[in-house]
Design a binder for this molecule. Structure first.
Ligand code: NAG
Ligand code: NAG
Ligand code: NAG
Ligand code: NAG
Ligand code: NAG
Length: 770
């Protein structure tokens, strides 16, 4: 082959890769929140030109600039750590001005000696920790921040930075600030002049325009365009440009988060549909990563819809409507910024990205189209060459192998590989009772060719059929849908786990089938369906009297105890809910669906994951917020289930007089006001045992407390339920309550503040990582 051609290609390739001077001034910046769980060393800094470490805060009493306890450590090594992957990166230190509570900031502004010491300390800290600039975040104009005084600060800051550079001989520190779109448009007094004169550029906060905590219509929070209102990014940027603000000093803010709204009714999911308030989280806010997992786990293969009229992605299911920026929206916005001649983009915040998908999209969209086409062409040619070579090699080797082993040998090899894939843990496999392997034909015959009459349900990753084996035995068959590979992991997980678990309160796996690309699990058949079939049906609920429900509660408790304490491993189920509690012919409860379950070493107490699974309503707050799971996850779900068994109510509805309380809050309010009988399912006429009912309710409330540490273990739950005479603690407010108690310890005060902010404050979204 022509070696010269290749060399020419490579030459062109490197020529194209060399950044032009124009590309170098294109700002690709991102915020990193130091309070996030992600280590700085995990940041892919090659995707950015600037990284901003957030936040240091202003402390008017002691030192002008202060760091949260663990933050200073992170700030001090931030620059050197991110430079390892990208030596040419520029880092900035971000100072939090306080959002809507700028008291410390405002009082510093009003006093010239405070301003001076503030300016000095920002420069000193930036130099000390090798930052190349300072960013001022969370200045919310229009309240207590006096604009004249802000202009004075910016002027003095610029002078201070210039003077320091002359004195030290180092390049001048960058000075940038974040401004919210909306107040600029609303306020005529915005200090455009001084911002333009003294700052290197501004980050435009072009998001959080519509929040579910404030408004009653589901609207996109970060729309680029909006035919119906001025609350959109394009309007704001056009406004600025027509007033002479230079495009080269504007950096477009991109959100890596979205908001979930609870719609009034499910009849419409269009933009502008009437809404009740936030869904899923307390204020509806949601990081990109969490949104993607939410959609994956609850949408079963559904994806978000991109609307290019607004430039927003949204996803809706039932009453939940989520709007956010996915790759399409990010791509459109970066292209827009390029076209308008802006300086670049700034993402908030990189911690919420998923595998750097959004950051990579943003980076690629910003590159020159022409240049990209060349790079692609050259790369395609090189890749094609390499692929051809490899293919040739494989063909050659394969032919030799076929000759020596025969085609059967090769197939055998593949199926061996698959088996080890399915049954990863060999120890598990060998110690477990033998699973039966079913052929596809057998199962097809058993279900009458998977006829719709035999379909008894739709699981997380495919339909479930009832079947009858030739010998007359009834079975349930879970068939993984072929169309998605989603679920393969859960399938393997379930086979691995189910095989080793034996308990009367767990559904037993009989075998599996992996014929012809089919993946199926075969279980004992449960003739009485699942708990939700009775609990939430106005007629069938009468089939479950209190004695029966107590029996079911005890069974679930035993099943969970076995998983947590008595089996060979510690197993966290992570998807306990009414529809996963099946009932056998004697109405004994059997926990099913181990697709989400995780094995724990006995000595571990908690772990965390970036993949959020589970079912809305049964998932504890620490998992929603931080992906942390422990045995207390199941305890929480158990508490929710217990409240449902007692009340016959669903978690998905609102309760109470004004229908504004979720099930947990409602239970807690009734319990506190001694009105438990109103909470309890009216079909339970079993007043003789009401004492036990109330005790169950109290235990349930203990299980759903906000802090995982406050919740009892399953051992304690079991003993509280059994031992009716022992004292039981008073539960604290349950998780996901909007209104917190008044008498609080320190920690709860913070939560209280968070809850209040979530209601009134747009800027809180900047402080708390999503
Ligand atoms: C530091 O932590 C406190 C609570 O621990 C919080 O109120 C404050 O906003 C945090 N400051 C920053 C800059 O994150
Ligand atoms: C602005 O600064 C002046 C002094 O420079 C001070 O008297 C005034 O109170 C400040 N205004 C505000 C709103 O802080
Ligand atoms: C801001 O402070 C200045 C004094 O520094 C004062 O003249 C001006 O009226 C103040 N503006 C507002 C809106 O309070
Ligand atoms: C932007 O939205 C807010 C909240 O809905 C509203 O109060 C304000 O009037 C809107 N502003 C414009 C210019 O449409
Ligand atoms: C975007 O949403 C608006 C309002 O719901 C709708 O009128 C429009 O047709 C949508 N556009 C696209 C491209 O889906």
């Amino acid at each position: 082959m022509a070696g010269e051609g290749k060399i020419a290609c490579l030459f062109i390739f490197f020529l194209c890769l060399r950044p032009s001077s124009e590309a170098q001034t294109w700002v690709k910046s991102g915020y990193f929140y130091a309070g996030s769980e992600i280590p700085v060393s995990d940041i892919d800094s090659s995707l950015f030109s600037h990284l901003i470490c957030a936040f240091a805060s202003i402390d008017s009493s002691t030192h002008p600039l202060s760091f949260n306890s663990s933050f200073e450590q992170i700030f001090s090594t931030f620059t050197s750590t991110v430079k390892r992957k990208n030596p040419s990166i520029t880092t900035l230190l971000s100072v939090w001005a306080g959002g809507e509570d700028p008291s410390a900031f405002a009082s510093m502004l009003g006093d010239s000696s405070s301003r001076r010491s503030f300016i000095e300390s920002t420069i000193e800290k930036a130099r000390l920790y090798a930052f190349s600039g300072i960013d001022l975040f969370g200045v919310w104009l229009g309240r207590s921040v006096n604009i004249t005084n802000l202009s004075v600060l910016l002027g003095e800051w610029r002078d201070g930075v210039d003077a320091e550079s002359r004195k030290s001989g180092k390049p001048r520190l960058l000075l940038v600030m974040d401004v919210y779109c909306q107040p600029i448009v609303d306020s005529l007094s915005f200090p455009l002049d001084s911002i333009q004169r003294y700052l290197d550029w501004v980050h435009l906060i072009a998001y959080d325009n519509h929040l579910p905590t404030r408004e009653k219509f589901a609207l996109p929070h970060a729309a680029l365009f909006d035919p119906a209102s001025h609350n959109n990014t394009d309007f704001c940027i056009t406004w600025l440009l027509t007033r002479g603000f230079p495009a080269r000093k504007l950096v477009l803010g991109l959100p890596y988060h979205g908001y979930a709204w609870q719609l009034m009714d499910s009849s419409g999911d269009a933009i502008g549909h009437p809404a009740v308030g936030p869904a899923v989280t307390a204020d509806g806010s949601f990081g990109y990563k969490a949104i993607k997992s939410f959609i994956r786990d609850f949408g079963y293969g559904a994806s978000s819809v991109y609307n290019d009229t607004y430039v927003v992605n949204f996803y809706s299911k039932g009453l939940v409507w989520i709007n956010f920026d996915d790759v399409e929206a990010i791509r459109a916005k970066v292209t827009y910024a390029k076209e308008k001649g802006l300086l670049g983009y700034s993402v908030f915040q990189i911690n919420n990205d998923q595998n750097w998908v959004l950051s990579r999209t943003a980076q690629e969209s910003g590159e020159d189209q022409q240049k990209r086409r060349w790079v692609w062409l050259v790369m395609l040619i090189s890749i094609a060459t390499v692929v051809l070579l490899i293919l040739g090699l494989i063909c050659y080797l394969q032919r030799r192998k076929l000759k020596s082993e025969g085609i059967l040998g090769v197939i055998e090899g593949f199926s061996r590989q698959f088996k080890t894939m399915v049954c990863k843990g060999e120890s598990l496999e060998s110690s477990a009772p033998k699973l039966q392997k079913f052929g596809y034909a057998t199962l097809r015959a058993a279900t009458d060719n998977f006829s719709s009459e035999n379909k008894i349900g739709e699981g997380g990753f495919g339909p479930v059929y009832k079947g009858k084996l030739p010998k007359g035995r009834d079975i349930a068959i879970k068939r993984l849908s072929k169309t998605s590979n989603q679920g393969l992991e859960e399938f393997e997980n379930e086979v691995m786990l189910a095989v080793s678990l034996q308990h009367v309160n767990l559904v037993r796996l009989l075998g599996f089938c992996t014929d012809r690309e089919e993946k199926m699990l075969v279980y004992e058949y449960m003739p009485n369906k699942s708990l939700d079939f009775y609990l939430f049906d106005p007629i069938r609920k009468y089939l479950l009297d209190w004695m029966q429900r107590v029996h079911i509660i005890e069974g679930i408790t035993q099943g969970l105890l076995y998983l947590h304490e008595y089996s060979n491993f510690t197993i966290i189920h992570r998807d306990l809910k009414a529809s996963n509690v099946l009932l056998d012919d004697e109405m004994n409860p059997r926990i099913s669906d181990f697709g989400m379950a995780r094995i724990f070493r006995k000595d571990d107490t908690e772990a965390s994951t970036s993949r959020i699974v589970g079912t809305y309503g049964y998932v504890p707050p620490e998992y929603v917020r931080k992906g942390i799971y422990s045995m207390k996850y199941d305890v929480y779900s158990f508490g929710v289930l217990l409240l449902q068994i007692i009340s016959g109510r669903r978690t998905s509805c609102y309760h109470g007089l004004s229908e504004n309380l979720n099930l947990l809050e409602y239970a807690y309010e009734q319990w506190k006001d001694d009105k438990c009988m109103e909470f309890i399912d009216p079909s339970l006429d079993d007043y003789s045992s009401s004492c036990k009912l109330l005790r169950c309710m109290q235990v349930a409330l203990l299980c759903v407390q906000e802090k995982a540490g406050d919740r009892p273990s399953m051992l304690e739950v079991s003993s509280m339920l059994k031992n009716e005479s022992s004292a039981v603690n008073s539960p604290k407010k349950p998780a996901f309550s909007i209104n917190k108690d008044e008498d609080k310890d320190e920690d709860d005060k913070c939560l209280l503040k968070e809850a209040i902010h979530s209601v009134n404050d747009a800027s809180i979204s900047e402080l708390f990582p999503r």
